[in-house]
Design a protein around this ligand. Structure first.
Ligand code: SF4
Length: 240
């Protein structure tokens, strides 16, 4: 199956609707939780969760790629190349996630003031990560905590709402995941396959290596673009 450029526009339109829907859902959930005495700590300037590896579907990456200016494109390219080097020889997801946080650090879309420079088009996964603990907990490496600190953290969690043992709200993460799955399903309907991967890598491949054009030709061409640029690790990009 080959696609038309309009099919990519359709996928991006769907993603924008999904993001707007999730935004409303998150806002109303947080409002109700707070009105029942619950605490949510996400606020402007928080950025510790932006050192987690962000993975998205293809259309979300296209939306971000279309939004970028040239300066940010350079930062994204530098991030993607550093990440490519870091994952060489890595096959375990846990190893990849740990290296991302420790060696790569913050998302390339985070600006010097600690704000998201892609905020209007930030992915579903970023929108759905809502913290019930102070932001310092979003940047903690739990492997470094003493047992007593870990116990105190665990006992302070609101187990009715969090995706245990994390302190992020489960129902919102699930909603984001469902929307991502729906986006992938729509891509399969329109193009015959779906792509999922690291946000910065996908954006880099779209901006610098013609991934969107290759997607219109087929899955083998899309995978070929990724492999030719050195991003053929399934931890970074998967074509399914
Ligand atoms: S896209 Fe924006 S909100 Fe998401 S991790 Fe990057 S800087 Fe943070």
């Amino acid at each position: 199956m080959t696609g038309s450029p309009e099919s990519i526009d359709q996928l991006v339109d769907l993603v924008k609707q999904q993001q707007a829907f999730l935004e409303m859902f998150v806002r109303s959930w947080v409002q109700e939780y707070r009105s029942n005495g619950g605490a949510v700590f996400c606020a402007k300037g928080c950025r510790n969760c932006c050192s987690l590896a962000v993975h998205t579907g293809f259309a979300e990456a296209v939306a971000v790629a279309r939004f970028l200016d040239e300066e940010k494109e350079h930062a994204v390219a530098a991030y993607a190349v550093r990440l490519r080097e870091q994952v060489q020889g890595v096959s375990e997801l846990s190893d990849y996630l740990r290296r991302h946080r420790q060696e790569i650090g913050f998302c390339p879309f985070l600006d010097a003031a600690g704000a998201c420079s892609a905020y209007p088009v930030r992915p579903l996964t970023c929108r759905s990560l809502i913290s019930t603990r102070e932001s310092i907990w979003c940047g903690i490496d739990f492997a470094t905590l003493a047992p007593a600190e870990r116990d105190a953290y665990i006992s302070g969690l609101d187990r009715h709402v969090v995706a245990f043992p994390s302190h992020y709200v489960a129902v919102l993460q699930e909603a984001g995941q469902e929307l991502e799955d729906a986006g992938a399903k729509r891509m399969r309907e329109l193009l015959g396959f779906a792509i999922y991967g690291n946000l910065g890598v996908l954006v880099h491949l779209i901006r610098r290596h013609g991934l969107a054009e290759a997607c219109l030709e087929g899955p083998a061409e899309a995978a070929g673009v990724s492999a030719a640029a050195g991003f053929d690790s399934p931890l970074l990009v998967t074509v399914s």
